[in-house]
Write a protein that binds this ligand. Sequence first.
Ligand SMILES: [Zn+2]
Ligand SMILES: [Zn+2]
Length: 325
Amino acid sequence: MPEPGPEEALVHISAAGVCHSDLHLVRGDWAGVGRTLPIGHEAIGVVTALGPGADRWVQVGDRVILGLGGTGGGYWCGTCEYCLSGRPRHCSQSKGIQGTFAEYFSVWAAGLVVLPDSIADSEASLACGGLTAFGAVRKLLDHHIEPGRPIAVIGAAGGLGHYAVQIATAFGYEVVGVDIGVDRLEFVKSLGAARSVGVEEAVEVVQREYGGVAASLVFSAKLAGFRLGLDLLRKGGLFVAVGLPATSEGNFQINPFEFFVKDPTMIYSAVGTVQDMRDLVALAAAGKVRSHVSRTGALSDLGTILDELEVSAYLGRAVITDLSH
Ligand SMILES: [Zn+2]
Ligand SMILES: [Zn+2]
């Protein structure tokens, strides 16, 4: 049983989402990241105790979502150049949330967002999957890609992509969802995408219909998805990388002449801020975003679930709904 420290809340976890990042961590896919970290970083639970000063943020009995908001959520300083410019992920004092595959988790209370009753425990994956998608879509506005413009979501049926399709549609973008296979493409259409298209015909369709998209959001954890994102882009478009392929996949390359001709703006987007999480919770409460949960299980099923995730056995997300065994 963790003891909540200063400004921390102890949360009894009701449901914890399984993220592709957990799989990457378990498999040791990312160079320089050890395999000894505790895993699990998306959860919904109830506050059961408060450390000194935490009552500024939450109260005992509050039902909360543990977002990665502000890298983070584990802590960020709030006063450095990155925090003050809305990029707390780069704060040198930021601490992530790791270890929510547990019955209790103690967490910096400022990173918590209180949930309305209308949002079910099965929405736990909003904490990272939903927030990461929201943060990426919001960057379209930061880069002056106006609602109404065509944008591509690559990996649109996946754990992150299925959120991005709903969120970008709610923002008013013309969403072209790109994925593989009839079932997945039908699913993407059901999420509200203006168009869903397979990877093989994506370039031809997008160039013919739109002359290229104004932005590509790449959620694929494969390097091929990055290449496709660039190929779909019109001149001067915005490339938003979100997926994080295994280091062994090698480098994403762009020829300097292609860079000159296409002149893309290329950025990376990871997680979001606590304000993004508040906005996302409001969208979910309004019924505009829902987690597609294809698999639930107990904590003891986690190994099997990670194996299933590795072979993309299902659409959307998996959620641990029983943390007690
Ligand atoms: Zn900071
Ligand atoms: Zn995650």
